[in-house]
Design a protein. Structure first.
Length: 445
């Protein structure tokens, strides 16, 4: 036998022993009990019981869940331009520690990723880091200006093979521009990911419009500002027959609109963040800007509906909206503070608490919502599982029974996690990217 192909699985074979499989191929269920996974040459060589392989390193996975490597549709890596907040290097370290093997890097960098040159730069930086695949998202409009379509076709044809386009951070508010963008990407099976925020209804908005914003005297951010755009864009996606993805759904009403659009068979998908599944606007009571985020934290009723919508598949997936900011941008008065939270390193633990420990999703469901579906929406053929022989060996080993531990600073350059000091269950034990461990025993390899 010759060794693995150069650059693929260069660290030799691994035998993962006795993991509970989640997101396995047809006919293999969690209920079938633990299985061994033989990783060789960057691919899953075999799955079964009592496997052996001479010379393979053995990883005892007793009590661990094996998931296909997680895929994030919504990461801000901040490079180029804001390397003081995050770089591709630090962001992909954080991603690997969180169990991710692929992330989509949002386009609101400086310069904006609105040309083939910039998306290829980000793509190359990701390749050079090698810990996690980085798939650039292209901007919809030039400079995120919301006026002229960016060069969607050249970004799609570039080495980065961009398929997801978004002005995230800003809404594509002009309905005609949104229509044109949907029409344009249809030719190459692209998707427009919308940050749904009606700008006129959210001028100066700081916090979910409701009892809490009134009590704190902060300008309210009404649910309708999100829902109006979600409804409009579902109608546009249906009219054009092109794929719409709704970023960070935060209200019960948005989930209801998406459920309706899907019932019509319209090409609409959606994501929810871990923080919107766990946290509410009550946390703003102390005016701590670590809880300031766009879209804002909503009410407990919204959280319950978002969980329900993720469980029943109305909301397709969890996406982090990992948004690093330097300390000075967050440690200031609430109205001046930047919007955003980091989330790559805590996403799976937060989802365990919100969805698994509450009985709403099993681990197969988590594999679907955090790997299979985001990979499909992001058009990433080499990710998303299933865990099956012949597939790329990109997988995550997770210990759901690890005692809850307070969240502490990690590999991200930024510190703006809303979960700081908060106890979350579980622990990412290992992450493999095409057979190479990027994380072992909870530490970067
Ligand atoms: Zn956004």
């Amino acid at each position: 036998m010759t060794g693995p192909a150069p650059g693929k699985g260069g660290q030799g074979a691994w035998l993962v022993r006795g993991a509970a499989l989640a997101g396995a191929g047809a006919g293999v269920a969690q209920a079938d009990g633990p299985a061994d996974i033989l990783v060789r040459g960057g691919t899953i060589a075999a799955i079964g019981s009592g496997l052996s392989q001479a010379g393979a390193r053995v990883l005892d996975a007793d009590g661990l869940v094996a998931l296909p490597g997680l895929v994030d549709l919504h990461t801000h890596l901040r490079e180029p331009g804001r390397e003081d907040a995050e770089t591709v290097e630090t962001g992909t370290r954080a991603a690997a520690l969180g169990g991710y093997t692929a992330v989509h890097a949002m386009a609101n960098t400086d310069p904006v990723a609105d040309t083939a040159g910039v998306v290829e730069q980000v793509w190359r930086l990701g390749r050079a880091c090698g810990r996690c695949d980085v798939q650039p998202v292209g901007a919809v409009s030039v400079g995120l200006g919301g006026v002229r379509l960016a060069e969607l076709g050249t970004m799609a044809d570039s080495a980065a093979r961009v398929r997801v386009f978004s002005d995230d951070g800003r809404c594509v508010a002009d309905p005609l521009l949104m229509r044109r963008a949907l029409e344009y990407v249809k030719a190459f099976d692209g998707v427009i990911a919308q940050h749904a925020q009606e700008p006129r209804l959210t001028e100066g908005a700081q916090l979910n419009e409701g009892e809490m914003s009134g009590r704190l005297g902060l300008a309210g951010w009404p649910a309708v500002a999100e829902e109006a755009i979600v409804a409009r864009d579902c109608l546009l996606a249906a009219h054009v027959g092109s794929a719409l993805h709704v970023c960070h759904v935060s209200t019960a009403g948005s989930a209801e609109i998406i459920r309706w659009a899907k019932s019509k068979g319209w090409p609409v998908t959606a994501e929810v963040t871990p923080h919107h599944l766990l946290l509410t606007d009550e946390l703003a009571a102390g005016y701590d800007p670590v809880f300031k985020v766009n879209p804002p934290l909503r009410t407990a009723a919204d959280v319950a509906e978002l969980r329900r919508a993720l469980a029943d598949g109305t909301i397709d997936c969890v996406a982090t909206d990992h948004a690093p900011h330097p300390v000075e941008a967050k440690e200031t008065e609430w109205p001046e503070a930047a919007f955003g939270m980091i989330g790559l390193e805590t996403a799976l633990r937060a989802v365990q608490q919100a969805m698994v420990d509450s009985g709403l999703l099993d681990w197969d469901g988590v594999a679907d919502r955090m790997s299979a579906r985001p990979a499909r929406i992001g058009r990433l053929a080499g990710h998303g599982g299933p865990l099956a022989a012949g597939r790329p060996a990109s997988l995550t080993l997770y210990d759901p029974a690890a005692p809850p531990e307070a969240v502490t600073p990690g590999a991200s350059k930024s510190r703006n996690t809303p979960f700081a000091g908060m106890e979350l269950p579980g622990r990412v034990v290992a992450t493999f990217l095409r057979g190479v461990p990027t994380v072992l025993d909870g530490k970067l390899g």
